[in-house]
Write a protein that binds this ligand. Structure first.
Ligand SMILES: CC(C)(COP(=O)(O)OP(=O)(O)OC[C@H]1O[C@@H](n2cnc3c(N)ncnc32)[C@H](O)[C@@H]1OP(=O)(O)O)[C@@H](O)C(=O)NCCC(=O)NCCS
Length: 199
């Protein structure tokens, strides 16, 4: 992949499962992606987790997209922990190693934020990142997130304690994106959102 790529958020299909499993099982970015203790993730466990998530029809359900770049699945982006009273949710994103550093993450986060504010009627979206994850922090900053706090030495990351950076964006702060179209679909349908992935 190189140059300008059409980046979109779309619904997962069966063909995406290998890519999504690769991302979820990647021990190299385990601590960046979640706070659980690192451990090898089997395909069976991954499949079972997906099946449980699919079976959950509660309103608290995670909104999960596949990130598509130029027609290829390269990552996942989600909104979770919805608070329907205070209208906020937490954002998460991860790309395959070969898709990183090409502007795809920034484009996907912008679309996720747009979806959260416009389609899910969120008022605030928040996230957290390990302080050394400079690529993530920069991508979030470019998408309009601001640093709201810091949990000092909160994470154990590959042999050292690291700070966790808390970031958030309010709907009133959202920078207008140049989206030609909004994500058009709820989970279960294909989204048509698309922007260029090059920086
Ligand atoms: C974090 C992630 C989603 C960012 O997406 P990305 O497509 O790699 O980021 P982009 O290419 O859009 O780059 C965004 C900015 O960060 C910078 N950047 C990216 N990777 C960087 C790195 N390793 N070191 C320094 N800067 C980096 C880019 O230069 C760009 O800034 P610029 O436009 O000012 O030059 C992606 O790297 C990823 O999936 N990482 C592994 C999982 C992860 O960490 N998830 C986030 C958990 S909080």
């Amino acid at each position: 992949m190189a140059g300008a790529l059409a980046v979109s958020l779309r619904t997962r299909t069966h063909d995406d499962l290998d890519v999504l499993y690769r991302i979820s099982a990647d021990l190299d970015t385990w601590e960046e992606r979640n706070s659980r203790e690192p451990s090898p993730l089997t395909r069976a466990k991954f499949d079972a987790r997906l099946a449980r998530a699919d079976a959950d029809d509660s309103s608290e359900k995670t909104v999960a997209f596949v990130i598509d770049a130029g027609g290829t699945a390269v990552g996942s982006a989600s909104l979770s922990d919805f608070d329907r009273f205070a209208h906020h949710a937490e954002a998460g994103i991860a790309l395959l190693p070969e898709a990183r550093g090409r502007g795809i993450g920034t484009a996907a986060i912008r679309q996720l934020v747009e979806f959260g504010f416009v389609r899910c009627n969120l008022r605030r979206i928040h996230l957290q990142a390990i302080a050394s994850n400079v690529g993530a922090l920069r991508a979030y900053e470019k998408a309009g997130f601001v640093v709201e706090g810091r949990l000092r030495e909160h994470a154990w990351v590959r042999g050292v304690y690291e700070d966790i950076v808390l970031m958030g964006i309010l709907r009133s702060e959202q920078v207008a994106t140049s989206l030609p179209q909004m994500p058009s679909a709820a989970p279960g349908q294909r989204s048509r959102a698309s922007t260029e992935g090059s920086r």
